[in-house]
Design a protein around this ligand. Sequence first.
Ligand code: 13P
Length: 253
Amino acid sequence: MRNFLIAGNWKMNGSTAMSNGLTDGIVAGMPASERVELLVCPPYPYLGTVAARIAGSGLRLGAQNVSAHAAGAYTGETAAAMLQDVGCEYVIVGHSERRAMHGESSEIVAAKFCAALAEGLKPVLCVGETLQEREEERTMTVVSEQLKAVIEMAGIDSFSSAVIAYEPVWAIGTGLTATPEQAQDVHKHIRDVIAAGNEQVAADVQILYGGSMKGENAAGLLSMPDIDGGLIGGASLNAADFLAIADAAAAQG
Ligand code: 13P
């Protein structure tokens, strides 16, 4: 049975004081369930201090972005080896905000996915459609294409060391959430795409939902057979709100 992964993407929010307080609050309230894994992805400057605070707690650490390059003259970029060095286990790649606002094509996302894996980091690959793409009934095609770019570059077996997050763009930060059924349909599709290459990898890969997930809607989403957790933005900036989602996962048994 797959574990739940409840992941907080803090985006470009916080300060030293805020990230320390949030980390301590999460560590203090983590559910005891062995089926629920918790992950926080703070901004780069706070990764080292958060890593020190979570030592031995079981709370996992990830970054929000990574360079596709291993090292060298790439001013302002951060290499996967550096993230690994400061204590990250995970890194988000292909978030829609980076695809839309930072010009990241599916090929760049695939290269970042490979760069993360090369240093032993688990990529959290984000996929998802815009509102226009949903209205044009292109959701499954868009998601398939985003997955295909990574499958072609990294190979299907790489998904045994990765996580996928389905984040409908229209649900991110909007207060609109996909219904459990809408999300389940896409999660099932994602698992089918992976299964076409390797059924065992598909059966094992965690597929998270992201987009206005919060304590009040988490139980319905997490009860779906192909939803294995959440990638949470707004509600991950407050320990009680984030832990309410973790508790909803723990309550699934
Ligand atoms: P919200 O939870 O704020 O909608 O953000 C979701 C998200 O983009 C997580 O990566």
